[in-house]
Write a protein that binds this ligand. Structure first.
Ligand code: FES
Ligand code: FES
Length: 186
């Protein structure tokens, strides 16, 4: 049994300790916001925050994650109020959506440790691949998120998607109330 904290909740995985964290999160914990892109550490689609640092969850085993604090895109904010989420929407820096969760997690970890990053610092901390080439907007959005985090600027939260939290919970198991058992929080 491998134990860790995921999105502020204690979780235990009854799985092979060598299972990549990515698969435990997606298949056992049903946190499918973390994406599988390459499985090789190249794309960044699987990025999660581990003890404050953005790491590729396809490269970490659950044994290596034992006892650590993991944040996935589902746990970053309940209402898309994280400055990176707000700025990504405001700067229209989201295209396919598949690579976006990993980008947001890498950017959120950066802004937490360095809320005034240079272009070069953004590029170094957010190495995620984006096939549609949204990079210039990404840099603008992440630097803007830093200004929001530093309270130099305000962005109104993105409008609600038109579905209620109850509707979302019905179709997205990951945001249902905690359940006991394999891969679930208790
Ligand atoms: S799936 Fe992990 S880096 Fe691509
Ligand atoms: S936004 Fe996903 S590939 Fe560019």
């Amino acid at each position: 049994m491998t134990r860790m904290t995921v999105n502020d909740r204690p979780v235990q995985f009854d799985m092979d300790p060598q299972t990549p964290l990515l698969w435990a999160l997606r298949d056992a914990a049903n946190l499918t916001g973390t994406k599988y892109g390459c499985g090789n550490g190249d794309c960044g689609a699987c990025m999660v925050i581990v003890d404050g640092a953005a790491l590729r969850s396809c490269l970490i085993t659950i044994a290596e994650a034992e006892g650590r604090f993991i944040t996935t895109i589902e746990g970053l904010s309940r209402d898309r109020s994280n400055p990176v989420q707000q700025a990504m929407v405001a700067e229209q820096a989201i295209q396919c959506g598949f690579c976006t969760p990993g980008i947001v997690m890498a950017a959120a970890a950066l802004i937490q440790s360095n809320p005034a990053p240079s272009k070069e610092e953004v590029e170094a901390a957010v190495p995620n691949l984006c096939r549609c080439g949204v990079y210039p907007r990404l840099v603008r959005a992440i630097q803007r998120a830093g200004r929001v985090a530093r309270r130099q600027e305000r962005i109104n939260a993105a409008p609600a998607p038109g579905i209620s939290a109850a509707d979302a919970a019905r179709v997205v198991p990951a945001i249902r109330p905690p359940q006991r058992g394999k891969g679930s929080a208790d």
